[in-house]
Design a protein around this ligand. Structure first.
Ligand SMILES: C[S@@+](CC[C@H](N)C(=O)[O-])C[C@H]1O[C@@H](n2cnc3c(N)ncnc32)[C@H](O)[C@@H]1O
Length: 324
């Protein structure tokens, strides 16, 4: 069992306050963040959260760190990155405001975040704004822990992989939020590319996959990940390798093999191969979990397939004959 794996037996020991900031992550994921902070991290290297939102996940992690005897609040730092504002393209919700909605004249929830995280401000370093601007491309300092709840587009994932995954070393821990999101296949195939150098902690915790780096990650592997330098077939093969390692999540609710299969359809979809995407997706419509939770995904993939001009068998035959 990995060192992280032992945390799975400790969920019941976690008591989080009832008045946590609004959060988009589940109770189990908050508990796991607490456990990592409380029992695993040291603060020796950077502790980073990408996508803090209204601070629910930050709170759980910070509380764990504060109660961790190995973590020195005077020296250790928790770095929180987010836009800390709502608006087009931010993926932030008005629920991140303490009032539950945006005031008329201000789209920033940074002050609300600060107020809620007040007990932890002495060791919290806040980076407000677009990650491409707030992260330093020249910073190569090692990262001990990375909570990734920000990579909702391929472009943001590029920033995450270029500027943060490159700083992981043996012993570093990564938590991928939204691993159950079929529309974010870069999380899945990048994990596939990393498999020889990491150890998956155990079943995903709801939507979160946790892993520990066990071997130095070669620079060319990191370069391919940040440049998204894989063919569609390579991406699908990498995802199959991850499917071989993950099944149901810890709570039994999410069937990851099916989720990743639907994510494969999105690899083809993003590549403009709508026929291929739909041929993967249509076989999954009978899956109980996917049909219940991802009806909109099927609709999107089918719509793109239907909108594609179809080449008739006759035209194809004519083309073939013409070629001879
Ligand atoms: C799913 S939410 C985070 C939820 C949070 N961890 C919680 O506990 O509720 C994703 C966050 O990523 C942030 N985000 C997305 N793209 C970003 C970018 N390019 N730069 C900074 N923040 C970004 C959004 O502002 C949003 O708050």
């Amino acid at each position: 069992m990995t060192k992280l794996g032992r945390l799975y037996s400790m969920f019941d020991s976690v008591q989080l306050p009832d008045n946590l900031p609004y959060t988009q992550v589940s109770k189990w994921e908050l508990q796991f963040l607490y456990l990592v902070g409380r029992h695993h991290l040291t603060g020796r290297d950077r502790i980073v959260e990408l996508g803090s939102g209204g601070g629910g996940s930050t709170y759980a992690l910070a509380m764990g760190l504060q109660e961790n005897p190995a973590f020195d609040e005077k020296k250790g730092r928790l770095h929180a990155y987010d836009f800390f504002r709502v608006g087009k393209g931010t993926f932030a919700t008005e629920k991140f405001f303490s009032a539950g909605h945006k005031p008329e004249d201000d789209n920033s929830f940074l002050n609300d975040f600060r107020a809620r995280l007040e007990p932890f401000l002495p060791f919290l370093e806040i980076h407000a704004g677009d990650l491409w601007q707030t992260s330093d491309p020249d910073d190569t300092s090692p990262v001990e822990f990375l909570h990734i709840d920000i990579a909702k587009t391929a472009r943001v994932f590029q920033c995450v992989s270029e500027r943060f995954l490159t700083r992981m070393q043996p012993g570093s821990v990564v938590l991928h939020q939204d691993f159950a999101g079929p529309r974010l296949p870069w999380l899945h195939y990048s994990t596939g590319a990393l498999l020889p150098y990491i150890e998956i902690a155990g079943p995903p915790i709801r939507s979160t996959l946790a892993f520990e780096v066990t071997q130095p990650i070669p620079a060319d592997v990191l370069k391919r990940i940040s440049e998204d330098d894989f063919t569609v077939d390579e991406k699908l093969a990498l995802m199959t390798a991850v499917q071989d390692r993950v099944d149901r999540d810890h709570t039994g609710g999410i069937p990851f093999k099916s989720v990743l299969e639907l994510a494969k359809a999105y690899v083809a979809h993003y590549d403009g191969q709508h026929k291929r995407a739909w041929s993967i997706a249509k076989t999954l419509r009978d899956d109980e979990y996917l049909s219940r939770t991802r009806a909109d995904h099927f609709e999107q993939l089918k719509k793109a397939y239907d909108a594609e001009p179809k080449v008739s068998t006759m035209t194809r035959l004519k083309k073939l004959v013409g070629k001879k």
